[in-house]
Design a protein around this ligand. Structure first.
Ligand SMILES: [Zn+2]
Length: 192
C-alpha cells in the first residue's frame, strides 16, 4: 500500500465528492464556504480502514489501550483506528445535551485513551470527549482526526495528530460575507 500523505487524503476526499464548496453552517455554528463530508469517504470500508491504519501508525508510540470517539462522526474512524491498533473502540454520546458513556461502556482508572474524531474544527467536541475520559479516571494520551481544519487553533492539551490539514475561512453568522450577499446557507448533511 502506498504511504498515506496529506495530499493522498485530500485527493481521496475530492475523488469521492467529500470536499464540498458553497455556503455552509457547520456543527460549531460557524459559517464557511467549504465543508468536508467525511461520511462520504468513510462509507467505503476500504478507505475507512486505510485512514484508520494511517492514524494508528502516527500514534503507535502512545501506548493506546482504548479508542474513544464522540458519536456519531467519530464512530466509524474510531473503530478503524482501534482495529489497526488491536485495541477496543468505544464512543460517547449526548444525553440531555451532555456527552457521556452509555451502553455499559466504561474506562478503568489510568486506562490509556486516544480520542478519535473525523474532523476537528474548533476542538470543542474533542475537548468534551477528553473530559468524558478524564472524569472516568482514564489517562488521555492523545487525540487524532482524519482532518484538522482548526488552522492550528484547536488548543488541545494532549498530542494531536491529523492526516491532513484544511483551512477554509469560518465566520460568525453576523460577520459572514455570504450571508451578507444573500446566499442561502446549507446545513451539511441535512436533507433538503
Ligand atoms: Zn453565512
Amino acid at each position: 500500500m502506498p504511504p498515506v500523505t496529506a495530499e493522498t487524503i485530500l485527493d481521496l476526499f475530492r475523488r469521492v465528492g467529500a470536499l464540498l464548496e458553497g455556503h455552509f453552517r457547520l456543527t460549531s455554528g460557524l459559517h464557511s464556504p467549504g465543508y468536508l463530508q467525511c461520511a462520504l469517504v468513510l462509507q467505503h470500508p476500504g478507505e475507512a480502514e486505510a485512514c484508520g491504519a494511517a492514524i494508528a501508525e502516527r500514534v503507535a508510540a502512545l501506548g493506546v489501550q482504548t479508542v474513544l470517539s464522540p458519536a456519531l462522526g467519530g464512530i466509524v474512524i474510531g473503530q478503524e483506528v482501534a482495529r489497526a491498533l488491536g485495541v477496543r473502540a468505544i464512543f460517547a454520546e449526548r444525553q440531555d445535551g451532555a456527552l457521556m458513556l452509555r451502553r455499559g461502556f466504561s474506562l478503568a482508572r489510568g486506562e490509556r485513551v486516544l480520542v478519535v474524531e473525523d474532523v476537528v474544527t474548533t476542538g470543542g467536541s474533542t475537548r468534551e470527549t477528553i473530559e468524558v475520559a478524564r472524569s472516568a479516571g482514564a489517562k488521555v494520551v492523545g487525540a487524532a482526526a482524519i482532518i484538522d481544519r482548526s488552522g492550528g487553533q484547536q488548543g488541545l492539551d494532549v498530542p494531536f495528530h491529523a492526516l491532513a490539514a484544511v483551512t477554509f475561512p469560518t465566520y460568525q453568522q453576523d460577520a459572514c460575507p455570504m450571508c451578507a450577499s444573500g446566499q442561502p446557507v446549507v446545513k451539511p448533511g441535512s436533507r433538503t
